[in-house]
Design a protein around this ligand. Structure first.
Ligand code: B12
Ligand code: SF4
Ligand code: SF4
Length: 448
């Protein structure tokens, strides 16, 4: 009979540095799920509500399941580099040139094969992310750590920079002791640092406000009130983990770790978990202006196997435009003007907003827009003069990677006719939502 220790040892050999076992049971936290969904906190992630019943018990993921082997895969490989003006931040889980789902699924398949060898005839299924399973809750039940006020699972030694995965089986394995203590104490660093106030209460996330959701899952324009909160984030957000003291302890422990060559594709070799997610050089941070010069095929080739492709070209360009608008980097103006001609209304609208940020401090009054879209008086359409004392980028305090861009390039004035160019685009734009963005950029809501 296979033992818990044998399966855990096999998992560790495959690169899962955290392992814990729990019995299949009614999902802890399931009681709160209905309230969470009813509050609208899931945003557009309809797959959560549509599979509500399946979340009740892991038997809906594997019939006859008796045990869950909960697994953690560390991905802290490097530290974030402060973005320069014109660059955006990517969540560290997405720095690799491989999507973690692919890597972990490979490893889960190997582990399942190993288990089937040790216990022929057993039923087994490995899952990461996509099954209706509250992974953090079962990981806590399996003794891996506690769910922090930022809603992420925190391990005392490792912090929270790890992915979760589960191997479900009908074998009766000896469970670990559930993690019962909470080590957040009176800390509220994550709650206070969240740039979009996405925590209505400790331990509760309104995902519809979370930058991670807005930049990855959300398919529409980001609500205007939340765009500034995106700051420099092109894809995902790490702030509520970066400020967590448990991750700072873990960083100190890991600071002397030397990274070995990646062995990502070679599943015959034992993996060191952090090897597989070595950052690609262009993701930490990422050049945003260049994204506007890449066509669909180029973008696909570059990102297809990475987590970033979940947002697709349109989502990445939308996010890039918001970040460039937040940074107000004059060098980005040409790319953003090009984006006004993009085939995707989502991209055009975001570029209009971003360009409006250049005009914002000195917007023409709405009365001067009365002739839009047929013509716009040049006095109204021209933006403020080039290179005013405050006309440059808006770097903000350079307090850390979440602050404004690291360095500000030599001031490049943006075109004095920026307003005219937006108005000209407004004259020909067919999409109502984009027209509205253009009119707002020019300083007045547009109802035409
Ligand atoms: C949907 C999803 C998201 C959504 C929603 C996040 C969320 N917190 O649920 C979005 C897109 C925002 C997201 C973002 C991120 N995610 Co995500 N996500 C998931 C996914 C696929 C499902 C999670 C889920 O079911 N949420 C549903 C809600 C209901 O869960 P909940 O927030 O925990 O809600 C509970 C509490 O609110 C509680 N509750 C309600 N009221 C009250 C009141 C009190 C008093 C208390 C105590 C509790 C309580 O009950 C609810 C139900 O249990 C999981 C994978 C999985 N299958 O579990 C990964 C997962 C949670 N994500 C992960 C990661 C890494 C991230 C990001 C860090 C990515 C990034 N850098 O951008 C961010 C972190 C944002 C954050 N602070 O959570 C990892 C977390 C690993 C870890 N160490 O915990 C997971 C496990 C993926 C994986 N396989 O590794 N994610
Ligand atoms: S990931 Fe960012 S936006 Fe989302 S809850 Fe954490 S700090 Fe807030
Ligand atoms: S930042 Fe503080 S409150 Fe938030 S998860 Fe970490 S320890 Fe808990």
């Amino acid at each position: 009979m296979v033992t818990s220790e044998e399966i855990k040892a096999a998992a560790r050999e495959l690169g899962f540095s955290l392992t814990g076992i729990c019995q299949a049971a009614i999902a802890p936290g399931f009681d709160c799920l209905a309230d969470w969904l009813a509050a609208g906190y899931a945003g557009e992630m309809s797959y959560l509500a549509s599979r509500y019943d399946a979340y009740a018990h892991p038997r809906h993921v594997l019939d006859g399941v008796r045990t869950l082997v909960m697994l953690g895969w560390e991905y802290r490989v490097d530290e974030p580099i402060l973005p320069e003006a014109g660059q955006g931040r990517v969540s560290r889980y997405a720095w690799s040139d491989r999507d973690y789902h692919e890597v972990i699924r490979e490893r889960l398949n190997l582990l399942a094969t190993r288990l089937a060898t040790l216990a022929p005839g057993c039923r087994v299924r490995g899952v990461v992310d996509t099954a209706p399973l509250l992974e953090r809750e079962f990981a806590q039940l399996a003794g891996l750590g506690w769910i922090g006020k930022n809603t992420l699972l925190i391990h005392r030694e490792v912090g929270s920079w790890f992915f979760l995965a589960a191997l479900l089986t009908d074998l009766p394995l000896t469970p670990d002791v559930p993690w019962e203590s909470d080590h957040c104490g009176s800390c509220r660093a994550c709650l206070d640092a969240c740039p979009t106030q996405a925590f209505p209460a400790p331990y509760v996330l309104d995902a519809s406000r979370c930058v991670s959701y807005l930049t990855i899952e959300h398919r529409e324009p980001v609500p205007p009130s939340l765009r500034a909160g995106l700051g420099n984030w092109l894809f995902g957000c790490d702030i509520c983990q970066e400020v967590c003291p448990w991750n700072q302890h873990a960083a100190r422990r890991r600071s002397n770790a030397s990274f070995e060559p990646a062995v990502a594709a070679d599943t015959s070799q034992p993996a060191r978990p952090w090897n597989t997610f070595r950052p690609r050089s262009d993701a930490n941070p990422m050049d945003l202006i260049g994204l506007f010069h890449a066509d669909e095929a180029t973008m696909r080739a570059r990102f297809r196997h990475t987590p970033l492709w979940r947002a697709k070209r349109r989502g990445l360009l939308r996010n890039a435009a918001y970040v460039l608008g937040n940074q107000r980097v004059p060098q980005a103006v040409d790319a953003l003007l090009g984006g006004l001609e993009d085939a995707e209304p989502l991209v055009r609208g975001a570029c209009a907003w971003a360009l409006g940020q250049f005009l914002a401090p000195n917007r023409p009054s709405s009365a001067l827009l009365s002739s839009v879209p047929s013509s716009l008086p040049s006095s109204a359409a021209s933006s403020r003069p080039n290179a005013e004392p405050n006309a440059g980028p808006n770097p903000g305090p350079n307090a850390g990677p979440n602050a404004g861009p690291n360095s500000v390039p030599a001031l490049v004035p943006w075109p004095s006719n920026l307003g005219e160019r937006l108005a000209a685009r407004l004259a020909v734009e067919q999409d109502a939502a984009v027209r509205n963005e253009l009119a707002l950029a020019l300083g007045a809501p547009w109802s035409g």
